[in-house]
Design a protein around this ligand. Structure first.
Ligand code: ADP
Length: 259
């Protein structure tokens, strides 16, 4: 980016100013390089489904005389990729809005009702698994209901995706001091200790091949983190490979004004 300003000689004030300017330049450099990486990641993520679709289109063109039975699988593959692109664009749009400082609603949200709603919405995806709510008490926070629902849906959908048949996924809500907690616990495959610190980063996937096949672009947990922090709360994860994972999103019950 920019050259460092050479250290000034003679005056303390000037030396201090130089140090401050250099520190600002360093911070800018970090910012720019994370932006560059973001653009590179987005391009990569767009190219993969587009390449798959191009392959299928070529196949269809060459076999346009083929029987419908041959055409079906290609069309189905393209439909899957299009769905992935649509999902990714809406996730990217949401994250872009987050960065530009979009205003959250501040309305009373009954977290226990939210949990029941998400369990109902995801029940069709929970085949062979137990998906259950665990509501210790009624908990109300001030916040943005749609965004909180999206965060809970993202965590719960991940849990279902990474839990083999016979396992269970529990969505709990509870109060802990001044905080409300939404907890998603699964008895699934778990996350390796090396991957754990990165799961909330954009485009991070612990198991690329499997997560990609499942349709994710690695944006779901970045959105969860943004939603939690925009509510003056936070999110954390504990996990044991082979035993399962627990994601906890906590929110202040009486938050400062939302940004
Ligand atoms: P994705 O779109 O891949 O689901 P996320 O940001 O939601 O992206 O998750 C990032 C990665 O974290 C996933 O690809 C997966 O490797 C890992 N992960 C998230 N939730 C779980 C879970 N409950 N169990 C195991 N791994 C998980």
């Amino acid at each position: 980016l920019a050259q460092r300003v050479p250290a000034a000689q003679g005056s303390d004030e000037l030396a201090q100013l130089t140090a401050t300017v250099n520190e600002m330049l360093e911070r800018l450099e970090v910012l720019f390089s994370s932006q560059r990486r973001f653009v590179a990641d987005v391009s990569h993520e767009l190219r993969t489904p587009l390449t798959a679709m191009r392959g299928n289109l070529e196949l269809l063109r060459r076999t346009s005389q083929a029987a419908p039975a041959q055409i079906g699988p290609s069309l189905a593959a393209m439909e899957r990729e299009v769905n992935r692109l649509v999902r990714m664009s809406s996730d990217l749009l949401l994250l872009a809005q987050a960065e530009s400082g979009v205003h959250l609603r501040s309305e009373p949200v009954a977290l226990d009702e939210l949990v029941l709603e998400v369990v109902r919405d995801l029940a069709p995806l929970a085949q062979g698994l137990t998906l259950r709510p665990a509501i210790a008490e009624q908990v109300e926070v001030m916040g943005d209901r749609d965004r909180l629902k999206q965060a809970l849906l993202n965590m719960a959908a991940n849990a279902l995706q990474h839990t083999p048949p016979g396992g269970s996924v529990t969505l709990a809500v509870a109060c802990a001091g001044n905080h409300a907690e939404l907890v998603v616990h699964d008895t699934g495959v778990g996350i390796d200790a090396e991957a754990l610190p990165y799961v909330f980063e954009r485009f991070f996937r612990a198991d690329r091949a499997r997560s990609r096949a499942a349709g994710g672009a690695g944006l779901g947990l970045a959105i969860v983190k943004w939603v939690a922090e925009a509510h003056a709360g936070g999110v954390n994860v504990r996990s044991t490979p082979g035993e399962g994972s627990t994601f906890t999103l906590w929110l202040p019950i009486h938050p400062p004004a939302l940004t």
